[in-house]
Design a protein around this ligand. Structure first.
Ligand code: GDP
Length: 528
């Protein structure tokens, strides 16, 4: 197969949801369709089990499982599908934000009873900011839930999406009979009371068919016909271009657990979802079909086995072919690196591959060369944009508890930050180091890993910070800016990229500061 055909047949996407909405179950059913796994239960959830928050090693162990599920690839109808794993747990939201820089589209899973939940809101917002095409899957229709129209309203309002259903449920919960597929113009019904077997479905090619009345009863059929009329009246017609531009989001209904509505989703997905898209770098827009290889690191996975310290850097291929044993330029370090055993990912395993194509992810063994956001090329200076940091939720000073090991401590902190475990801020006025994290849990992880992997000991000290805001000014010489730097000196720090950050100690002080210095912009993420 030629290079262009390889690109055209790739679909790389992420499934995003609030924990428990059904992401793992849906992933598994998709893999079953691809024949990539034989049985249910084969995909390990990377979910952090409830109640485990006091035992961080257990959590890291559970997270370790996700190396295997970080990328799940399979083939379906000649399409190569790469699913990138996105942890739903909020303490690992940063991981998910970064992974979203490597997807070409997303599927949003929503629980029919719970509706739009907190993590879904945050993740969809990130996708919206980047115009990532999204398909919504409303799950668990076999349970009692919200009315379909109410849910669609909620999705529009809370998620700021413009939706159009491409399938519609017939009944719900105990009364769930099946789905009308607006996309394919047919009806799929559960037969009898078995909701377990995908094969037990009936196709009706026409909504006006009297067969529908026979199967779901006159009332059921009438309701469905009216609802579909309403759908057509209220919602915009599906247009692929608008979906691809991120301006229209098709919605499917189903039950992942019962494998119902999943084939409809997948068949539509491979038809409409984008192939690998061009990516903006600081220098220029890079197209997938350019002959020269470029790619970027979006995730680094530490090895949980203390005897094998190597890390795995996940690289998304943006353009050209990535070949084994070929020297590539590590742009930030300005040096050439060769990889003798790049991993490609399949449903449940990884294997060494000779060639990978745009859209694919390769895993590279790394002993500390990479950090998140690094770019590899065949020689051109390209720096991919788009791996932003967001303001952490927790802040603590980190102190050295063993003066003889300060070198080890610094190296450890450096590498853990490169992996994206947490963010480091260095205070301007006294040079003290502050660690910012999304969840309190990460402090324990850092302390443990510093000791066991780097032989360094640390302690923490509380620090009252509400939010870290990245500071932008149009005029560094203005009196206003100078005044800000002087007055707020004790609250200013540098992040690892040496960008100036204001550590606001409360919502109130942030508002006051914004009012007093209107020409300065305070950003909640490092990318602006
Ligand atoms: P995740 O946290 O989003 O990965 O969610 P899981 O896939 O682990 O699902 C959470 C729970 O919901 C599990 O107990 C699933 O068996 C259940 N579940 C998933 N899909 C369905 C569904 O369609 N119907 C019902 N009744 N339960 C489901």
């Amino acid at each position: 197969m030629n290079f262009k055909a390889e690109i055209n047949r790739r679909r790389t996407f992420g499934i995003i949801s609030h924990p428990d909405a059904g992401k793992t179950t849906l992933t598994e059913k998709l893999l079953l369709f691809g024949g990539a796994i034989q049985e249910a239960g084969a995909v390990k959830s990377n979910k952090i089990k409830k109640g485990a928050t006091s035992d961080f090693m257990e959590i890291e162990r559970q997270r370790g499982i996700s190396v295997a599920t970080s990328v799940l690839a399979f083939e379906y109808k000649d399409i190569k599908i790469n699913i990138l794993d996105t942890p739903g747990h909020k303490d690992f939201a940063e991981d998910t934000f970064r992974t979203l820089t490597a997807v070409d589209s997303a599927i949003v899973v929503i629980d029919v009873a719970k509706g739009v939940e907190e993590q879904t809101e945050k993740l969809v917002e990130v996708c919206r900011m980047r115009n990532i095409p999204m398909i919504v899957f409303i799950n668990k229709l076999d349970r009692e839930g919200k009315d379909a129209f109410d849910l669609l309203d909620e999705v529009e309002q809370k998620l700021g999406l413009r939706v159009t259903p491409l399938s519609f449920p017939i009944g719900m919960g105990y009364d769930f009979k099946g789905i009308y597929n607006i996309w394919e113009h047919n009806v799929n019904l559960f037969t009898g009371n078995s909701k377990q077997h995908i094969n037990d479905t009936i196709e009706i090619s026409d909504l006006t068919s009297s067969k529908l009345d026979e199967l779901v009863g006159e009332n059921g059929a009438q309701t469905l016909r009216e609802e579909i009329e309403l759908v057509k009246g209220i919602y915009p017609e599906f247009k692929k271009d608008e979906y691809l531009d991120g301006h229209l989001q098709p919605v499917f209904f189903g039950s992942a657990l019962n494998n119902f509505g999943v084939r409809e989703l997948l068949d539509c997905f491979i038809e409409i979802a984008p192939k690998p898209r061009p990516k903006q770098s600081e220098e220029r827009l890079v197209h997938p079909d350019e002959d020269k290889f470029t790619g970027f690191v979006f995730k680094i996975h530490a090895n949980m086995d203390p005897n094998h310290r190597n890390r795995l850097a996940f690289v998304k291929i943006v353009s050209g072919e990535f070949k084994r044993n070929t020297p590539y330029l590590h742009v930030r370090h300005n040096k050439n690196l060769k990889f003798s055993s790049p991993n490609a990912f399949f449903a449940e395993k990884k294997e060494i591959v000779d060639v990978s194509f745009p859209g694919d992810i390769v895993g590279l063994q790394d002993s500390g060369n990479f950090k998140i956001g690094d770019t590899l090329t065949e020689g051109e200076i390209i720096n991919y944009k788009g791996v932003p940091s967001f303001s952490p939720e927790h802040f603590r000073y980190i102190n050295n508890a063993d003066p003889l090991k300060s070198k080890q401590l610094n190296k450890g902190i450096d590498q853990l930050m490169d992996e994206g475990v947490a963010q480091l801020f260095t205070l301007d006025y006294n040079g003290r180091k502050v660690i910012g994290t999304v969840g309190a849990l990460q402090y324990e992880v850092i302390q443990y890993r510093l000791e066991h992997e780097y032989g360094a000991k640390c302690t923490y000290e509380n620090l009252n910070v509400h939010k870290a805001c990245w500071v932008e000014t149009k005029d560094e010489k203005s009196e206003e800016y100078k005044d800000f730097l002087r007055v707020k000196q004790r609250f200013l720090a540098r992040d690892k990229q040496n960008q100036l950050v204001f550590l606001a100690d409360s919502m109130f002080s942030l508002q006051m500061t914004q009012q007093k210095y209107p020409s300065i912009i305070f950003h909640m993420s490092s990318e602006f």
